[in-house]
Design a protein around this ligand. Structure first.
Ligand SMILES: *Cc1c(COP(=O)(O)O)cnc(C)c1O
Length: 404
């Protein structure tokens, strides 16, 4: 067993060896520019790109012509939001999203706000879920786009995509989703879910970093986005630039594998995730699950450990490559904006750990992670006067603190 144990598959995944093998020739022998129309080198590269386009389309129930290759989901999200905002500016200036989206959505929305667009950030419930009714209520005659993530990258909550899609269709408003954490983990179908634009990235599904895609619907309705990168008219004019052929080949292969292995990999990972949670909660009291109990990604476990100090917890479990609920900013330790938005108090937010599992996670690793977590939390609680007082039945809220 290799230490530290990688339990951070939400952040990135290793390239699957089979994906790597498929990509390799496209760095050396098959190096043509997919836009070179005059010779064999170009044609071969183009054929590989078009094959990958189909592989990606099939993962989400789209057609190949609806896939635009990008440098990753950050760019896909930017292209969706900025491209729709510019293209449909005459129709309206209102966009609806949620406060717990990835920064690639939130920062892009903030940019649009500075440009005069109006953004509505819908409230989410205690599990981080967006209600279709709140989407309906927020739509005005100025609304041009609803952008709601398929599944949250911190707490794993899965949104009711089909229901939100239905509301958008009824109201004639475009529906974009950041589906980075959904694809490859749950079944995704842009038709059944009523999705008009969808962002995904290769490196979260065992493909390489720096390549992704944006799905742009071509029928019912035909969606158009203004280009953000100009120069040559690649990707049907929506995203210029010489295509990253090896990367795209890798994304295609990763997408194909994700689709084929969905029903075998995912139940196995989910069972390991459940084993991790059962192991932790059967041995420790005062541990709290963040995110939805059932509508959650099978790879995600986000837990707050009461009465321990967040930073000490992370330091005490260096053998586990996990992510914490605090984000180190330059000056202070800020609790996660996602946990804040679902009402997790600052103390609990600071002690939260996000475990995310993947297809290379083993039972042995999970058992080690349980043991490490339990022993570290116990050790820290043994040193905690607060935990001791709580155990003695003292209501900490009634204690008159001094020195604060
Ligand atoms: C990782 C991630 C992104 C960013 O994708 P990149 O390809 O790394 O730019 C966007 N949204 C979500 C939900 C993510 O988890």
């Amino acid at each position: 067993m290799k230490l530290p144990i990688y339990l951070d598959y939400h952040s990135t995944t290793p390239v699957d060896p089979e994906v790597f093998k498929t990509m390799a020739p496209y760095f050396t022998e098959v190096f043509g520019n997919a836009a070179s129309r005059n010779h064999e080198y170009g044609w071969t590269a183009e054929a590989a790109v078009e094959h990958a386009r189909l592989q990606v389309a099939q993962l989400i129930g789209a057609t190949d012509k609806e896939i635009i290759f990008t440098s990753g989901a950050t760019e896909s999200n930017n292209l969706a939001l900025l491209g729709v905002a510019e293209m449909y500016a005459e129709k309206g200036n209102h966009i609806i999203t949620s406060p717990i989206e990835h920064k690639a959505i939130l920062d892009t929305c903030a940019h649009l706000e500075r440009k005069g667009y109006e953004i509505t950030y819908l409230e989410v419930d205690q599990y981080g879920m967006v209600s279709p009714e709140s989407v309906r209520d927020a739509i005005t005659d100025k609304t041009i786009l609803v952008s709601i993530m398929m599944a949250n990258n911190e707490i794993g909550t899965i949104n009711p995509m089909a229901e939100i899609g239905k509301v958008c269709k009824e109201k004639g408003v475009l529906f974009h989703t950041d589906a980075v954490q959904g694809v490859g983990k749950i079944e995704v179908d842009v038709q059944k879910m009523g999705i008009d634009l969808l962002s995904l990235t290769a490196h979260k599904i065992y493909g390489p970093k720096g390549v992704g895609a944006l799905y742009v619907r071509r029928k019912n309705p035909r969606v158009r986005v203004s280009a953000m990168v100009h120069g040559g008219g690649h990707e049907r004019g929506m995203r210029s630039g010489t295509l990253n052929v090896p990367g795209i080949v890798g994304l295609g292969k990763a997408a194909e594998m994700a689709r084929k292995n969905l029903n075998t990999d995912i139940p196995r990972i989910k069972a390991l995730r459940d084993r991790l949670w059962d192991g932790i909660r059967s041995q420790l009291d005062e541990v709290y699950l963040n995110g939805h109990p059932t509508e959650r990604l099978p790879i995600n476990l986000n837990v707050s450990f009461a009465y321990v100090e967040g930073e000490s917890l992370m330091m005490g479990m260096k053998e586990l490559a996990v992510s914490s609920g605090s984000a180190c900013t330059s000056a202070s330790l800020e609790p996660s904006y996602v946990l804040k938005a679902i009402g997790v108090g600052e103390d609990l937010a600071h002690t939260s750990i996000r475990y995310s599992l993947g297809k290379f996670t083993t039972e042995e690793e999970v058992d080690y992670a349980i043991e490490k977590t339990v022993s570290t939390v116990r050790k820290l609680r043994d040193l905690s006067p607060l935990y001791e007082m709580a155990k003695e039945g003292i209501d900490l809220k009634t204690v008159a603190w001094t020195g604060h």
